[in-house]
Design a protein around this ligand. Structure first.
Ligand code: AMP
Length: 573
């Protein structure tokens, strides 16, 4: 397909913020394109593979600047100057292409296939001369692109498409395009289920286009979305929602892991569907020895403990294990972890996702060989007594865990959904997961580093992030070589954010919403200073939440509710 058509669709989509209009535009487009155009579904979200695939385009602004300069015949510093005034590299490419065009006026015949083929070569490249090769692959595309095509090409390349499109909107557009009005409601649910079981939009599109029902099968070896928990306000409320008796389990303060074994091969995924197998050779080893079965998908929480005292430690102490790809062996020793397995959805060729939780938990207990500090099934109590739940809750807190998860014994496993089959009961810890959308460079000993970070929550509209405060406390100064690296430093955060800068004004920068952080605070206040309408009192950084997708960060709605509930000052024990 002509890439021109896709560029026009991007343009149309970004001209409206209304979700229904976006769905309308997209559904028309999806009807027009063929099955063989399936990969365009990734491009629509600015990607080249399904969202869980590790192969990302990963091009920095610096590299993009060079490609723009090369393809438009200007110097790098001219591109940078334009960037400073326009604040968007895509717009810079568009402007410079327009200028160049007046002299060369050529017809663009770039195709989406060519775009995908070049972009897919980028993550594969390694070794000497890689940078030059990457620049020439992008330059090749830019050279044959029209100004509008160049605008979106550059935005895709640097991972900042800015058309406000979420995968859920694309799913709704697929339902609208391929199902009759009366079938639409069911279709949306079916598509959602299929997607959660196998999160690949191109596959979902292909099936819809073929008119096939969504009989996507659960398979070991592929990630599925995890089931999410709802909040219980009181123990009584939990019993009402989850039924009597229910299963109470410790809510471990770690991170979620989907453990996948297929024909003897183990793969580990985070809740963000990132493959983290290489970072956890210790877990791979434990799974091999301690879970019986040739193929399975087991859901678990991974928690850290102090190797000397054997006491469990909070999530922030081990968060760095998720991303660090070097010195893995050392980290395994310094920050050891234990797996707490709590669910299973697939075993030896059998899909057991629809079996009730009581049966799944029984199966799980049979195949896991418990050994403390390696793997055990979650501490569990099946009960119909409020008092027992309260006592169990206190026990969890004593064990340094966050509280309890209360589970409906009769319920199936629902991937990707925040359903009432799992309810969390935790102390009002007052913590949020927020995304960094801006920062300010420091002065004095912190000059050269960003030292204050603007935090945003998820808004109500598609792709909308609303500011709620700034954080600077809780972040470490630069680590010395030999120091124990617990926590996150200004230096590290700055390095993470630099490639995400989209605008600079003096000492402040705006950044793409990518870096999710956990923050504690004392109180939510109303505030005219931030566009969410709220501000946090005494926010404090606790950890990077690299395992959390943007779609799961704290929403404005939750903040509003917390603001209301604050006055009640509720406690469980
Ligand atoms: P939250 O992240 O606050 O929404 O709490 C839900 C999270 O608690 C899940 O996504 C898991 O990562 C974690 N968790 C800890 N222990 C358990 C457990 N026993 N069962 C289910 N989830 C658990």
């Amino acid at each position: 397909m002509k890439y021109k058509k896709l560029a026009e669709i991007y343009d149309e989509l970004s001209s409206t913020t209304k979700r229904l209009e976006k769905i309308e535009i997209l559904s028309k487009f999806l009807k027009e394109i063929g099955e063989s155009d399936r990969d365009i579904l990734y491009l629509l979200l600015g990607d080249i593979y399904p969202e869980h695939d590790e192969k990302k385009i990963g091009i920095s602004s610096q590299l993009a600047i060079k490609a723009i300069a090369k393809s438009t015949g200007v110097t790098n510093s001219e591109v940078v100057n334009e960037w400073k005034s326009l604040g968007d590299l895509g717009k810079v490419a568009e402007k410079l292409k327009k200028q160049k065009r007046q002299s060369t006026l050529s017809q663009s015949n770039l195709t989406t296939e060519k775009v995908i083929s070049n972009l897919r070569k980028l993550p594969e490249m390694e070794g000497k001369g890689t940078v030059e090769k990457k620049i020439s692959l992008i330059t090749e595309l830019l050279t044959s692109a029209s100004p509008l095509e160049a605008l979106y090409l550059i935005r895709i390349v640097i991972g900042d498409l800015r058309i406000g499109l979420k995968s859920s909107t694309v799913r709704n557009a697929i339902a609208k395009a391929f199902f009759k009005e009366e079938e639409k409601k069911n279709a949306i649910e079916e598509i959602q289920n299929a997607y959660d079981m196998n999160p690949d939009l191109a596959l979902v599109f292909e099936l819809a286009k073929k008119g096939k029902r969504f009989s996507i099968e659960l398979k070991a070896g592929k990630p599925i979305k995890v089931m999410l928990a709802q909040k219980a306000n009181t123990i009584k409320d939990a019993f009402e929602k989850a039924g009597k008796p229910l299963a109470a389990e410790f809510k471990y303060d770690g991170f979620r892991m989907m453990i996948n074994k297929k024909d003897g091969n183990i793969t580990l995924y985070t809740r963000r569907l990132e493959n983290v197998t290489n970072q956890f050779p210790d877990i791979v080893d434990v799974i091999k020895k301690h879970i019986n079965g040739n193929s399975f998908i087991v859901d678990a929480e991974v928690i850290g403990y102090n190797p000397k005292t054997k006491k469990y430690v909070p999530f922030q102490a081990i968060s760095q294990r998720i991303k660090r790809k070097y010195h893995v062996e050392r980290l395994v020793k310094e920050l050891p972890v234990e797996v707490k397995a709590f669910d299973i959805v697939y075993l030896n060729g059998k899909n057991i996702i629809k079996e009730p939780f009581e049966k799944r938990t029984e199966i799980l207990k049979k195949i896991v060989k418990n050994e403390r500090y390696k793997i055990t099934t979650a501490d569990q109590k099946i009960t119909d007594s409020e008092k027992e739940v309260r006592d169990f809750y206190n026990k969890a807190i004593k064990d340094n865990q966050e509280g309890l998860i209360l589970k409906n014994l009769k319920a199936p496993y629902k991937p990707g959904s925040r359903v009432g089959f799992m309810l969390k009961l935790k102390e009002e810890l007052r913590d949020y997961d927020l995304v960094i959308t801006g920062a300010e460079y420091g002065t004095g000993k912190r000059s050269g580093w960003m030292s204050s970070f603007i935090l945003s929550c998820l808004g109500e509209k598609d792709g909308e992030f609303l500011e709620i405060g700034k954080v600077g406390t809780g972040i470490k100064e630069k680590f010395e070589e030999q120091e124990e690296k617990i926590g996150t430093s200004f230096h590290e955060l700055t390095e993470m954010l630099k490639p995400l800068i989209t605008k600079e004004h003096g000492k402040t920068v705006e950044v793409k919403p990518k870096v999710v952080v956990a923050v504690t605070y004392q109180e939510v206040q109303k505030s005219p200073n931030y566009n969410s309408g709220f501000a946090l009192r005494f926010p404090r950084f606790t950890a990077l939440r690299e395992d959390k997708p943007l779609s799961e960060i704290t929403t404005l709605n939750e903040i509003k509710k917390d603001y209301e509930n604050q006055k009640k000052d509720f406690k469980y024990s």
